[in-house]
Design a protein around this ligand. Structure first.
Ligand code: NIG
Ligand code: FE
Length: 428
């Protein structure tokens, strides 16, 4: 199970009076990532209830059936009246960068005045300008920041978060960031999966010596993170101005050797031949804003999840990924916030889902599948999270809306009333 998972609740929680329950149960019982028309199937039950016991879903379905089966324990159960609202699996935000210290307001204004993300990065802004704050910060300070962001995400219905390091870029400050994430995860009732992103950019002290920096990632950061069980995945920003495909391969080889999973930021600004990385079976390719036809077809046949991050396209005024073509070709598409101070300072999955609908022509049902079960698969948690079925983790979001399409319709205003995180009820 994931690093930093909070203790599952020992009690019982019953959600009653649910107007619309989205179970996301697969109609034929498959536990694979959802593709093509499967992404439309939300497993809707009207007038429903959900019973959670000891952190797991015990029963979910029509309220009349659930209520009839549980008279015996009534008094020990914490009951929450959903007031005819909608309940769905808690969102799985499978791509975030919360271990930073300050927002990047200067970059923000420079972009408004016409500079591009890459130009700002070349001039010393961008990721490199976030390093000093993290290097100077204590692990406690980073942990407090991460916890604040996790709580903010929860307010929008997120119950599982992937959290990356990547703003320290020395062995010491990357481990400190991962420790900060672990410490925050222990204080949060949701689930956190940690990722080492030592290969975010080449820090200035290694300017012109990128391969030596890759050695540091491979020989120090990855072994340390694996030994101390501080990360489950290794990520690389494989992009012009960051790391090449060859360097990404080297880093992935080390990650696999150390027993860690792989994932990569790819094709955000420039296309890359993804067939080279296929042998590593990455859990996810993220961004994919500029895919070529042949890469799109290759992706459709792979197990690797295509994680799309419209928040970054919005904030950088970039083109959006071709979600429609990816889904229609058969790729398993997930959505995530990419929460970070440079390209996507949002913690809201509903906002991202709304962008996916209006800017990428995903349907609300596809956006919901992408933000729940396919996000869970992007973290290799498809068996535990992302649907509401007996035996799965009791991670739920309760929204004050009647129809699931409203989630993507009312953009920028949150209506998440409560969450259940590993069986524990939090009223917002
Ligand atoms: O996913 N592309 C690389 N990483 C982040 C940006 C991080 C930053 O600018 O601070 C992203 O967009
Ligand atoms: Fe990112």
């Amino acid at each position: 199970m994931s690093i930093g998972d909070s203790q599952a609740s020992t009690g019982a929680v019953l959600l009653t009076n649910i107007g619309q329950l989205l179970t996301l149960r697969h109609p034929r019982g498959s536990d694979r990532p959802r593709r093509t028309t499967e992404m439309q199937e939300l497993g809707i039950v009207s007038e429903a209830a959900v019973l959670c016991i000891q952190g797991k879903i015990a029963a979910a379905g029509p309220e009349s059936q659930i209520a009839a089966g549980m008279k015996a324990f009534d008094s020990q159960i914490e009951t929450f009246d959903c007031n005819r609202g909608m309940v769905l699996p808690g969102f799985v935000d499978s791509h975030t960068h919360p271990a930073f210290v300050s927002p990047r307001l200067v970059d923000f204004e420079k972009r408004i005045q016409g500079s591009s993300y890459e130009e700002i990065a070349k001039a010393g802004g961008g990721i490199r300008s976030s390093l000093e704050g993290v290097r100077k910060a204590s692990s406690e300070e980073l942990s407090a920041n991460v916890l604040r962001w996790l709580e903010r995400m929860q307010k929008s219905g997120t119950t599982t978060v992937e959290a990356k390091s990547g703003y320290g870029l020395t062995a010491e400050s990357e481990m400190k960031s991962l420790q900060g994430i672990r410490c925050a995860a222990k204080k949060w009732r949701g689930s956190v999966v940690s990722t080492l992103l030592g290969a975010h950019v080449v820090p200035s002290e290694f300017k012109g010596r990128a391969d030596e920096y890759v050695d540091l990632v491979c020989n120090e950061m990855i072994p340390k993170a694996a030994q101390e069980k501080l990360a489950e995945f290794v990520d690389v920003f494989c992009e012009r101005g960051a790391f090449t495909l060859d360097q990404t391969e080297r880093i992935f080889e080390c990650a696999i050797k150390a027993g860690l999973g792989t994932r990569a930021h790819v094709c955000q600004f420039t296309p890359h031949d993804l067939s080279t990385l296929a042998r590593f079976k990455p859990a996810s390719y993220d961004h994919l804003d500029c895919l070529r036809d042949r890469d799109l077809e290759a992706l459709a046949g792979q197990e690797t999840i295509a994680t799309l991050l419209p928040g970054a396209s919005y904030f950088l005024s970039h083109s959006y990924p071709m979600a429609r073509r990816l889904i229609d070709a058969g790729a398993a598409v997930a959505l995530a916030t990419d929460f970070n101070p440079g390209t996507s300072p949002t913690t809201s999955m509903p906002l991202v889902m709304s962008m996916a609908c209006t800017q990428m022509r995903m349907t609300p049902a596809e956006a919901i599948s992408a933000a729940t079960i396919n996000g869970a698969h992007a973290l290799r948690l498809g068996r535990q999270k992302g649907t509401i079925e007996p035996g799965k983790d009791a991670d739920l979001a309760i929204f004050d809306v009647k129809d699931y399409r409203e989630l993507c319709y009312w953009f920028g205003s949150e209506s998440c009333r409560a969450t259940v995180l590993n069986g524990s009820l939090a009223i917002h």
